[in-house]
Design a protein. Structure first.
Length: 259
């Protein structure tokens, strides 16, 4: 069974952000993600993470925050300087936090020029920070209409074109099921490109123990395929986070999910 990280942007939201680290550790998580950790002083986040004994797994680029702003600029022609400036800030934050991955968001764009811009920006970032693990993630068009990276074939094409060892795929089961209708088959097809996984039920994006995707089968596939990365719990709890953690406790105890 892989290591699980709590996405603190979505989980334990009944608590202040710096108190969510301890709650995640108590629940059994070994790591944390924060989508946009730019509104709280970075040293505070680092102290809270260290005190809880957790690994910091992932942040998103670019700033600013979860509540508003564009979802990235990497594929938007004419905004290369903005992309680079934001990446530099995200890189500094990731280095202080010790974040393992930086997810580079594409933004809203379309067409050949957007593709060339995207590839060039990602190549620049990979070369600028060869020590950093960078990811890209397809997002489904229903939740994120107009988002440039909306499919897995495109993601693989982009990663192959950039050809950088520190750029890989972020595989979210909710988005994969939304985009392809078969997250398990999609995983089998793209797993060699994956360096980070996130999970949530489909539909609804709630706890990964219901819906039309069997996460017990998916976790078994991760084990069988030798996946050694993190699995981020990036879902919206149906009630409070604690009430819905049976899936995690069962997975940690048995290596499977409850029936």
């Amino acid at each position: 069974m892989p290591r699980f990280a709590a996405n603190l942007t979505m989980l334990f939201t009944e608590l202040p952000l710096t108190e969510r680290f301890a709650a995640a550790a108590e629940a059994g998580f070994a790591g944390v993600e924060i989508l946009f950790p730019y509104d709280t002083a970075t040293p505070e986040l680092k102290r809270a993470c260290k005190a809880a004994g957790l690994d910091f797994v992932l942040i998103n680029a670019p700033p600013p925050n979860w509540a508003g702003g564009a979802r990235g600029f990497a594929a938007i022609p004419g905004l290369q300087e903005r992309f680079q400036r934001d990446f530099e800030r995200s890189l500094r934050v990731a280095q202080v936090l010790g974040a393992r991955h930086i997810h580079l968001m594409a933004g809203k764009a379309q067409g050949d020029e957007a593709m060339e811009t995207y590839v060039a920006n990602l190549a620049w970032a990979a070369k600028r920070a060869p020590h950093a693990s960078l990811t890209i993630e397809p997002l489904n068009a229903t939740d994120r209409p107009g988002y440039f990276l909306d499919g897995f074939d495109m993601a693989v094409e982009v990663i192959d074109r950039v050809g950088a060892p520190n750029l890989g795929l972020q595989f979210d089961t909710y988005h994969a099921q939304s985009i392809t209708g078969d997250a398990l088959a999609t995983w089998a097809r793209v797993k060699s490109h994956v360096r980070h996984v996130q999970v949530a039920a489909h539909p609804g994006r709630s706890e990964p123990d219901g819906g039309d995707l069997d996460h017990s089968e998916f976790f078994a596939a991760l084990d069988e395929d030798g996946y050694r990365g993190w699995v981020g719990a990036e879902y919206i709890p149906l009630r409070t986070t604690h009430v819905g953690l049976a899936w995690l406790q069962h997975a940690l105890r048995k290596g499977t999910l409850p029936a």
